[in-house]
Design a protein around this ligand. Structure first.
Ligand SMILES: C[S@@+](CC[C@H](N)C(=O)[O-])C[C@H]1O[C@@H](n2cnc3c(N)ncnc32)[C@H](O)[C@@H]1O
Length: 256
């Protein structure tokens, strides 16, 4: 049976495609690639028919896919990974056993690697929260202010708030100045990373519209925001040794 592969494609750099995704992609003649993946993945897409999924209504996509499945496999390049804020669930559900989902490198993972930071750090940050202001504060959902509490690393996707407003909400929640980073077009041409604090970030960004708030189409920009104390915390070797003694060390039954 031919399949429709939803391939976690990472933030945009084809080097972050898994070996499994690359192997499956090579076997698909029809590929749906959201912009700018049709450009950054060009070398993987040579000789294939490439379509932009968001140009079609759902029923059109299903019709195209069904027609093609009689001939071979189909692939969707899923930005990042299906885990968070991915619009492909209705297709996956509709296709049932024909759909195969392959994990990829999510933007959160790529951000942690770029920053060389883990997003939870005992004694500094006891939880990391993934959120988008687009879906907060409505229908009883918590607000960004409520989520931005001490001990939280916040990963903010698809921000639609002007930066000064976002900063005000975060300051209210955290109750103090904390580090904040804007990661724009991570792994793509035009990558920019702005590192600051709630006190400095607005000045560092200036007039630059990293969130597409002034663009005519107002599509979510390829910008991830990360805030929280873990961003500039340091840990020393005592952290490691404590865990080595109390958690990791193999104990035999006779050990105290
Ligand atoms: C619809 S969500 C897709 C998230 C994706 N499923 C993932 O796992 O990363 C789009 C949002 O993800 C973030 N994003 C996606 N690609 C990005 C990139 N290359 N650089 C920075 N942020 C990115 C931005 O916050 C953007 O508004």
């Amino acid at each position: 049976m031919n399949r429709v592969y939803f391939l976690g494609a990472g933030p945009g750099d084809p080097e972050l495609l898994t070996l499994r995704a690359a192997r499956l992609l090579a076997d698909c003649a029809l590929v749906y690639a959201p912009q700018p993946f049709e450009v950054t993945f060009a070398s993987h897409l040579q000789g294939k028919e490439v379509r932009i999924p968001f140009e079609f209504y759902f029923a059109e996509l299903i019709e195209q896919i069904k027609a093609h499945l009689d001939l071979g496999n189909v692939a969707f390049l899923v930005p990042g990974d299906l885990t968070f804020y991915s619009p492909f669930q209705a297709l996956v559900d509709h296709l049932g056993e024909r759909a195969v989902v392959v994990p990829g490198v999510g933007t959160a993972n790529a951000a942690a690697a770029h920053l060389k930071r883990t997003f939870d750090l005992p004694d500094v940050c006891n939880r990391a929260i993934i959120a988008s202001p687009r879906t907060l504060g409505v229908d009883g959902a918590l607000t960004l202010r409520q989520l931005a509490a001490p001990g939280v690393t916040l990963l903010i996707y698809m921000n639609n708030l002007p930066l000064p407003e976002l900063v005000d909400q975060l300051r209210d929640g955290y109750g103090e100045n904390v580090p904040i980073v804007l990661l724009h077009r991570l792994g793509l041409p035009g990558e920019v990373v702005v590192n600051g604090t709630l006190d400095t970030i607005t000045g560092l960004v200036g007039e630059r519209d990293f969130f597409n708030l002034n663009a005519p189409d107002r599509r979510p920009a390829l910008t991830l925001v990360v805030a929280g104390k873990t961003l500039d915390a340091t840990v020393d070797g005592a952290w490691w040794d404590y865990r080595r003694d109390h958690i990791w060390r193999f104990r035999s039954e006779g050990d105290a």
